[in-house]
Design a protein around this ligand. Structure first.
Ligand code: NIG
Ligand code: ZN
Length: 424
């Protein structure tokens, strides 16, 4: 016997996935069986084949838009401490690099994370995942990189693993020991050796990361140093990712293309040639408009990626320097800041984002066979999500066919899912 988990029907618009550029169904419905999409189609057809009385969950989505759950392919969501003081300093004109050079920024979070116990890291991460879920994110990548020593990097990855076990969001772990050079290192080369000789083998032995990322940037890790880290990671089974061309055009995009990385991220200073190289190598360009927005920088040039036919993804880059967990906000900035069409931004935040983290099993779409991860938004169409920006349009979130968030009930606490804060 198969289990009919959920039937959602009567949607004003159901977004199935990319088409030209979006495939949608008017008065659409979806049936989820055993965690995966069994069928999408017009409400009449779906209800005839999948009567609501057979479904564990049936939802009338009249007047609503139903979209694939958002996929956030770039976050630094596990951290401790408070950097709101830097926010105020940046508003008075200090740059991100000046703060970093004074030992603030990433290094300030490193100090807080080294002092925090693992329980605390897990609790903080779960709180942030709750906010992401409530805004419609059903899959999220999370990086380590605020430990910068073997023990703390492993503790961060352990926190990610433990959060993944108990939270409805699928959490994808990335090792990022090469996020910054710790202040006690003798030199960058010496620290690169520590990442390659100690951290990567320890991470591989535990089997708790899927990707290896590096901050390829002037005064952080050079292209050559980044290559050494990513090649060692790849040899240990970790797929490369690159923080590339964020503040300067150093060559991280070319490196990502050379290594066949899963993604190259930031790309504020990438050129048209970089876009073509990434497209040819099948590397997903990930744009993080929240970072440009919060730093007051120019946005990435989406025209370059369009001309190169590169499948741009969007992510929040949620971290203490870019404090937004909302993919809806990333989509709004993709449109309003980068001039993406709402359809392009929707594809970028779902199926292209899934491809940036190697989830090419239909994640980010609602085609038959895809995971039953979806958002019911109380707006009439996907266009209204960025159009009605800076509010939470997600009303109900379904993960693997189960209702895991509802605006009225909060996050459900049955089957081991964590209760809402204050509900005990
Ligand atoms: N650019 C490097 N890393 C992060 C910022 C991390 C931080 O400032 O704590 C990013 O992707 O934006
Ligand atoms: Zn980042």
């Amino acid at each position: 016997m198969t289990d009919l988990d959920a039937v959602v029907y009567g949607a004003n618009e159901l977004v199935v996935g990319p088409g030209d550029p979006l495939e949608t169904i008017e008065d659409g419905a979806i049936a989820v069986i055993d965690g995966n999409v069994a069928a999408v189609g017009p409400t009449m057809d779906i209800l005839r084949e999948y009567p609501t009385e057979n479904a564990a969950e049936s939802i009338d989505a009249t007047g609503r838009a139903v979209l694939p759950g958002f996929v956030d392919p770039h976050t630094h969501a596990v951290f401790a401490g408070d950097r709101s003081g830097e926010f105020a300093a940046k508003l008075r004109g200090k740059t991100y690099q000046e703060i970093m050079a004074e030992g603030g920024g990433i290094l300030s979070t490193v100090h807080s994370v080294r002092e925090a116990d693992t329980e605390h890291l897990v609790a903080n991460l779960l709180d942030h995942l709750d906010v992401m879920l409530a805004h419609g994110t059903t899959t999220a990548e999370v990086k380590s990189g605020y430990g910068l020593d073997t023990e703390t990097e492993l503790r961060m990855l352990e926190a990610i693993d433990r959060a993944n076990e108990v939270h409805p969001i699928d959490v994808v772990p990335t090792f990022m020991g090469a996020h910054a050079v710790p202040d006690n290192a003798e030199s960058t080369d010496e620290y690169v050796n520590c990442v390659v000789d100690e951290q990567i083998p320890a991470v591989a032995e535990q089997g708790i990361a899927e990707f290896c990322d590096v901050f390829c940037e002037e005064d952080v890790f050079s292209v050559d140093q980044s290559r050494v880290v990513l090649e060692a990671g790849a040899a240990a089974g970790l797929t490369p990712k690159v923080h590339a061309e964020e503040f300067t055009r150093l060559g991280g995009a070319q490196l990502a293309a050379d290594l066949g990385a899963a993604s190259a991220d930031h790309l504020l200073h990438a050129s048209g040639n970089d876009a073509e190289m990434l497209a040819e190598a099948g590397v997903t360009p990930v744009c993080l408009p929240g970072t440009a927005f919060s730093l007051g920088e120019d946005y990435a040039d989406v025209d370059a990626f369009r001309s190169a036919n590169a499948p741009v993804a969007l992510a929040t880059d949620f971290n203490p320097n870019c404090f937004s967990q909302s993919m809806q906000f990333a989509v709004a900035l993709g449109c309003i800041g980068m001039r993406m069409t709402p359809a392009e931004a929707t594809v970028a935040a779902t199926v292209n984002a899934a491809s940036a983290i190697d989830r090419n099993d239909g994640t980010g779409s609602l085609e038959a066979g895809a995971p039953g991860d979806l958002v019911i938004a109380d707006v009439p169409s996907h266009v209204h999500v960025p159009y009605n920006f800076a509010v939470n349009n997600a009303e109900t979130v379904i993960k693997g066919g189960r209702r895991v968030y509802d605006r009225d009930d909060g996050i459900r606490d049955d089957d081991g899912h964590r209760p809402q804060a204050g509900s005990e």
